[in-house]
Design a protein around this ligand. Structure first.
Ligand code: SF4
Length: 806
């Protein structure tokens, strides 16, 4: 099976791909554009990254008569080399759902009524003025880099508050804290090239065959060429990925920490760890009391002692993974003649011990020296197209500032005050509320401490994606002084309950830049007009900032009295960006990006000038200028043969080490029981996740007929033994219930995946079946990322519930 066959066969058939072409009205003559993508047959082709996942495939977008009429894989793109998954082939249709939002809508009584943009912008500005500190902006890893940067400047540089957080808190935050605690700087050292060079690929609670299919196809392609790549799946349920694996290990939820400790135990006890690598490059760390992200330093002997209880037999008892499989994993890590790549995503990050398990997996690679060579790397994938670029790099989390800075450090604040040319002391030193806290306070009456009065949501859908929505979202809708503003392209679950809805432009209806999972920054230009009065999210922020200025809010001026977002035109005069008719008189993205670029050197995340990204299919940072004036990307960070910041003559240098001695930290973290486990009352584990056809909350993909038809609704995956015991078959309705709520769902047995006995899986894409009413809002203490992967549930045949109620 080669890459193309894999992608056709993963969940949908070739017929679906053909259907996508018909749906666009793409005739044979238009065809796939040649590599240089010239105009032909009246279709203009241009490049853009796919709108969906963090893989960062590039597509060629065919535009005719002001409409996207065709999509093709971009042959020049190193990430996907012309291939796309089923979502990517249909990405253009995401623009054309019949219910696009086209005008601002204000809630009056029970209905939303159209208002002018002028009125809408004024309402938002006055909500800010009510109490700027109680105004929260909730953004997204789908924000473009310039949008996220504008948001950060608006809230942190303009309002002087830090009430800004992004939905990457729900998917990537534990990866961030893991990288910081291990290397002192965020984002993977390796890149996708590792997939072309590894001998062993270990997927930790990760299902790339469905969630990052184009990436996974790189490995499948190698196998089809006769190369040997050993695939190992370590997960809590059987998935599409498991079917391709040489070893598929099932563990009890939460016990991945025990597995990682067990492997480390064997490496140390057998003496098969890489002593030379560890002595030259690593130090040891354990949790501290009181708990802190930095933990406490320990010696190698203390590390060995802490690992002692994690014998293969003990780990088998805890996790259910046989001792022999644990030995197999330790033997692989102990070998110097194979290259090992680890991949993970939400399975590891959405964990009450997310930081700890991230640290442990990095630690295994460091301990065994499987680091810093092509094919030897631990890499965290992202679910959103710009979770890295916009959230992690730009600093749209509540504690962060652009370029890897943090609000708590006076020197970082001073640097940003200088770049933004705002008065000293403008930036606030206290982090804002993380996502769960922001929404909790929004849903708590003001007099009881609910000090967030307004949230403006851009490019995300929290009423569907936050955990325990009964607690975090719904109550705010009954509180008269709370106000929800939503910028979106469709009437999402969140937009429908909002007080004010702002229609947004999406994807190629605006200029954009995003950063994918491998540090690759990508750029595109606006190709078609947005429908009706839909407008760019960055414009919305700038228009509100200007309205605040008109209303006398000093924060929207810099220290020379100029508008914070001032951009001068060719004539040297400020362009009235707040008037949408003039927004595209200049390339606002380029101005914002060039300003942001100044912030990226401190953590050696250097970016090239905007125009270099116009020419490229993305460049991986640090991007450093060469003596001949060209710009060179970096594939392998901290590795002497590739990273320009490693001192000459050194193989490896962890130059952002938390201990300031060029060493990375190998952590010990113990296994601990989860916050909620099955019991007599709620005997099942409930896990949530995604499916290949739908992207996250389905707001876009459910509007694409081919994808909607292929996967029309959510379901509950059950083990066949559990189904037999309950007397239910495929398609029967059951009620899934947790301590937070209940939901009726059809049963799917032996579908894509199969959970082990005692476990359930429900995807979260379906807005009519909101599984997040049921999930737990318990979260990791460091990353504040909630755990969607395990809570206690019970399941009953629906008619039995009805009888009981009756
Ligand atoms: S793998 Fe991700 S980025 Fe690539 S085509 Fe599919 S959805 Fe788009």
């Amino acid at each position: 099976m080669d890459r193309r066959d894999f992608l056709k066969g993963t969940a949908m058939t070739a017929a679906t791909l053909a259907a996508s072409r018909l749906a666009y009205g793409q005739d044979k003559a238009a065809g796939t554009p040649p590599a240089a993508a010239p105009a032909g047959q009246g279709v203009q082709w241009n490049k853009a990254p796919c709108r969906f996942c963090g893989t960062g495939c590039h597509v060629q977008v065919g535009v005719q008569n002001g409409k996207v009429v065709a999509i093709a894989g971009d042959q020049q793109a190193p990430v996907n080399k012309g291939l796309l998954c089923v979502k990517g082939y249909h990405v253009g249709l995401a623009l054309y759902g019949s219910d696009r939002l086209t005008t601002p809508l204000l809630k009056k009584g029970d209905t939303h009524v159209p208002i002018s943009w002028e009125e809408a912008i004024d309402i938002v500005a006055r909500r800010v003025l009510k109490d700027p500190k109680g105004f929260g902006l909730y953004g997204s890893g789908q924000w473009t880099i310039p949008e996220g940067y504008a948001a950060s400047k608006f809230v942190k540089g303009g309002l002087g508050s830090n009430q800004l957080d992004a939905n990457a808190r729900l998917c990537m935050a534990s990866a961030v804290t893991g990288f910081l605690a291990t290397y002192g700087v965020d984002e993977p050292a390796g890149c996708y090239d590792d997939l072309d060079a590894c001998d062993v690929l270990i997927m930790w609670g990760n299902n790339p065959a469905e969630m990052h299919p184009v990436l996974f196809s790189r490995v499948i392609d190698r196998r089809s060429r006769g190369e040997k790549v050993t695939l190992i799946d370590i997960g809590t349920r059987k998935t599409r990925t498991s079917g391709f694996c040489d070893h598929s290990l099932r563990f009890k939820p939460n016990t991945d920490l025990a597995i990682a400790c067990g492997i480390a135990h064997l490496l140390v006890e057998n003496g098969t760890y890489d002593k030379a690598f560890v002595e030259a490059n690593c130090a040891f760390r354990a949790p501290s009391e009181p708990a802190a992200l930095e933990g406490k330093a320990i010696t190698f002997e203390e590390y060995r002692e802490l690992l002692e209880p994690y014998t293969p037999e003990k780990v088998e008892e805890l996790s259910g993974v046989p001792a022999k499989d644990l030995r197999m994993l330790a033997d692989l890590f102990g070998r110097r003649d194979v290259r090992i790549t680890s991949l993970w995503c939400m399975g590891m990050n959405q964990h009450t011990r997310g930081t700890a398990i991230n640290n442990l997996v990095h630690g295994l690679h460091l301990l065994s020296g499987h680091f810093g060579k092509p094919g030897d790397a631990p890499t965290s994938l992202t679910g959103q197209p710009s979770a890295c670029g916009t959230v992690r790099e730009v600093g749209t989390l509540a504690h962060a500032l652009p370029g890897g800075r943090v609000v708590a450090k006076a020197e970082h604040r001073a640097q940003m005050e200088e770049i933004w040319n705002v008065p000293k002391g403008r930036l606030h030193d206290k982090p804002g509320y993380h996502t769960l806290e922001m929404w909790k306070r929004f849903s708590t009456p003001t007099e009881q401490g609910g000090d967030i009065h307004t949230i403006w949501v851009q490019v995300t859908n929290p009423a569907q994606t936050l955990p325990n929505t009964h607690k975090l979202v719904d109550p705010s809708r009954k509180l008269a002084d709370k106000f929800l503003i939503v910028s979106d392209v469709y009437p999402s679950a969140t937009a429908r309950i909002a007080d004010l809805i702002l229609p947004s432009a999406m994807w190629v209806e605006k200029n954009g830049m995003v950063g994918n999972s491998e540090r690759r920054t990508q750029q595109w230009f606006k190709m078609v007009k947005p429908p009706g009065q839909a407008r760019d999210d960055a414009w919305q922020l700038i228009a509100v900032a200007h309205r605040l200025l008109e209303l006398g809010f000093e924060g929207m001026k810099d220290k020379d009295g100029r508008f914070l977002f001032e951009v001068k035109g060719k004539d040297g005069k400020p362009v009235p960006l707040w008037d949408f008719a003039h927004y595209y008189d200049v390339n606002v993205d380029e101005h914002l990006f060039e300003e942001y670029r100044k912030t990226t050197r401190i953590k050696h995340k250097d970016l090239a000038p905007y125009q270099e990204y116009v020419k490229a299919r993305g460049l991986r940072w640090p991007v450093v200028q060469q003596p001949d004036g060209s710009w060179r990307e970096t594939r392998f960070r901290f590795a002497g043969f590739d990273d320009p910041y490693v001192k000459k003559g050194r193989d490896i240098q962890f130059y952002h080490s938390t201990t300031h001695d060029d060493r990375a930290q190998i952590w010990f973290s113990p296994y601990e029981p989860p916050p909620e486990s099955p019991d007599a009352e709620f005997p099942f584990w409930l896990c949530t996740g995604r499916v290949i056809e739908h992207w996250h909350s389905g707001t876009m993909t459910m509007r694409i007929p081919q994808l909607q038809r292929a996967m029309p609704q959510a379901y509950v995956e059950m083990n066949r033994a559990d189904a037999r015991r309950l007397g239910v078959g495929n398609g029967d309705q059951v009620t899934v219930e947790t301590r937070r709520g209940k939901l009726d769902l059809p049963v799917w047995i032996g579908g894509r995946g199969e959970p082990p006995e005692g476990s359930l899986f429900v995807p979260f894409f379906d807005e009519r079946l909101l599984i997040n009413w049921l999930t737990l809002d318990e979260h990791d203490p460091f990353s504040k990322q909630p755990d969607y992967k395990k809570c206690a549930a019970r399941v009953r045949r629906r008619e039995l519930v009805a009888e009981k109620q009756g």
